[in-house]
Write a new protein. Sequence first.
Length: 284
Amino acid sequence: MIASKFDNVLRLVGMISLLASPALFFFISSYLELKNELSNTLITVQSHRKLVGPIEKHHRQSRRNVFIDLGTNDGSSTKFFLGLTQRTARGDADLGGNTSSPLYGLGKDGNWEIYVFEGNKKYDKTLADLRSEVMSKNLAKSFTVYNHTAIGTVDGYAYFYFDNPNPDHTTVASSLNPESSIVRGNPRERVVSMDIATLLRDVIGLRVSDNVVLKIDVEGTEYDLMRRLFASSVLRLVDTLAVEYHHDNPYVLGNKGTREKYTEQYKCITWMLADTRIKLANWA
């Protein structure tokens, strides 16, 4: 209420200053425009919780087991983690979707909290059914689905781009990355965007003592997420990391110059990861 009255006073001063000081007028106008833009895009953690639904109670103990699936698609990677399937969505042996992967069946003891994130509403029912199956069979301590939610580097909203269904694939790719080939000529939708640092530190409430497996398959946005993980120091909360990098994938990053740029970023990221205690699991 006070802020609203203050804004009204500013508008009045701005109108008066138009004649006396055009510079002051444009400054006030810019301030009000920026404030309005921020109020429409930035939201708090509490607002996120209202948007994505209630967060299940954390099972606080000396060491929590937590699996976080960013870009779960149809949930096949989570089923792979639980040992419910021996293949990932595409079924390629080189995509981490084989029983030799350290992620296969890692969560089959039922002692894990599972958090899955997917921005594409196409998979709402599929993920709801998977959650019901997992919980009815006591395959996990908890299973939280974040529908219409993309993980990025800011808390707010973002445009999520949807690929046209590929006849060779039963699943549909989607991405936040405006440089992705998925963007060109394809539909987009405004979805909730959550900062990956906010997610790990504040929403899930991880501690260094927890056992955390983080899987990232976000069609070209992984480079932004990895930079954010390093810059925010929350990477120390992760014990096992599985990332599918798309720097050499023309289907996701079609422009040669773009792929070369991300190839350099990939080299830098893997070099930095080699100097950490994190266990790296192949997902590429």
